[in-house]
Design a protein around this ligand. Structure first.
Ligand SMILES: Cc1cc2nc3c(=O)[nH]c(=O)nc-3n(C[C@H](O)[C@H](O)[C@H](O)COP(=O)(O)OP(=O)(O)OC[C@H]3O[C@@H](n4cnc5c(N)ncnc54)[C@H](O)[C@@H]3O)c2cc1C
Length: 379
């Protein structure tokens, strides 16, 4: 046999696994010419590595499956490990850990650590089969063999950075179920009634978005193609179809301004451009608040529960992650090994586990890689 372990992919989860395994145990196969392409562009080039607020409530997926890995290698353990590699992260936005200057600091650590294993770059995995307890991993260059394979090939988001559906294809070929995939942490496109948003492109305002029972808070950014910004990206985790409700005036009380003589555009705590665009849309004049009729007040108050049905999302080319994936009910939560095929493992985004914005997806990639590494090392 060529190798002990074959790791498919050279992204966050694969690099962590390659770093944690003993020297010369694995070969890592990556279709890009360099590993860690997504890490480099993540978090605006500074990589939001993890978050001081950690727990299964920040994830979409089976909490019972996510919990053991998050517990075994949590944000503190991750930070200790990275600090031992001389990373000097900083906290931004109160709870989010970022690289100090550039995501390259993290990629450099992984490049150095993963050199313990064989790296096959610029090599694309085409299919995986198994005969007589040996896995055959066919690539565009050759066929590798090993008794264990770890699928760390991520989801479908950002195909220009190497994303492919190979992980799902491999899973299906071994009898696994794939939970329907969709772009997530992505902007939402709007329908005709909201085309006036286009004129506000570039403007950002604080909102609370209700999607069924779920609520996402933060900034909403009006974009040329629709809506973006942290609150909208998080909302895309929960939205599939149908209406969402946006509160453009969170933490604002209409009662507190009762009888106010101020102009509406001066009264409402949101960018004047946004207020004015909505007033035109609601066919309301920008007049002193106390002069509004009951019917006009009712119209204006819809800004606290503005209902719209997104047309769709900006798609995989713009999505930070892919929700859905390999059904975690068929994977051992302690080891990340398939319950259908001995020696076949799945880690990272290819699984049906998706984190919110804020470093949760890297934390999952690293935590699941850690569980897998400990299981392999124990064997
Ligand atoms: C623009 C952007 C910004 C992001 N910012 C953040 C952030 O700040 N914080 C955060 O937590 N998350 C962020 N994410 C999400 C995060 O990058 C992913 O969740 C994480 O990288 C998943 O790790 P992974 O190892 O599972 O998959 P990936 O990192 O996607 O790695 C999979 C690797 O497999 C390779 N591959 C695919 N198919 C094949 C094949 N057939 N043969 C060989 N190799 C193959 C790919 O080239 C890729 O390198 C961001 C994502 C994007 C796109």
């Amino acid at each position: 046999m060529d190798h002990k372990i074959i790791i498919i992919g050279g992204g966050a989860s694969a690099l962590m696994l390659a770093s944690l395994l003993p020297k010369n145990t694995a070969v890592l196969i990556e279709s890009n010419t360099k590993p860690g392409a997504k890490i480099l562009v993540s978090g605006g080039g500074k990589c939001n590595i993890t978050n001081t607020l950690m727990g299964t409530e920040y994830y979409l997926g089976d909490a019972g499956f996510v919990q053991p890995s998050l517990k075994r290698f949590n944000e503190k353990a991750l930070m200790r490990w990275l600090e031992r590699q001389n990373l000097d992260p900083v906290i931004r936005k109160e709870t989010q850990y970022f690289c100090k200057d550039s995501a390259k600091e993290l990629v450099d650590i992984f490049s150095k650590e993963s050199r313990k294993q064989i790296l096959c770059l610029n090599e694309e995995v085409l299919e995986v089969s198994k005969r007589d307890d040996i896995f055959y991993v066919k690539t565009n260059k050759k066929t590798h063999t090993a008794p264990a394979v770890v699928v760390a090939s991520g989801g479908l988001s950002f195909p220009k950075l190497g994303a492919s559906g190979i992980g799902y294809e491999i899973a299906k070929s071994f009898g696994h179920t794939i939970i329907k995939t969709a772009p997530a942490l992505v902007g939402l496109t709007v329908q005709k009634d909201q085309f006036f948003f286009k004129a506000l492109s570039g403007v950002s305002t604080e909102v609370k978005i209700h999607i069924g029972e779920d609520v996402c808070e933060g900034a909403l950014l009006f974009a040329h193609k629709g809506l973006s910004g942290p609150a909208v990206l998080d909302a895309s985790l929960y939205w599939e179809k149908g209406k969402i409700e946006i509160d453009f005036l969170p933490d604002f009380s209409w009662k507190s301004v009762q009888g106010s003589k101020k102009l509406i555009s001066s009264l409402l705590p949101m960018p004047k451009r946004v207020t004015k665009a909505f007033l035109i849309q609601l066919r309301l004049e920008d007049k002193p608040y106390h002069k509004l009729s009951t019917q006009e007040l009712e119209m204006l108050h819809t800004l606290s529960h503005y209902s719209l049905a997104p047309a769709g999302t900006f798609g995989y080319s713009k999505a930070e992650v892919t929700k859905g994936g390999v059904d975690t009910g068929e994977i051992d939560s302690g080891t990340m090994m398939s319950q259908k095929e001995e020696g076949l493992y799945f880690i990272g985004e290819v699984l049906d586990v998706t984190g919110k914005l804020g470093g949760y997806n890297f934390q999952w990639a690293f935590s699941s890689a850690y569980s897998c590494a400990m299981s392999i090392k124990g064997k």
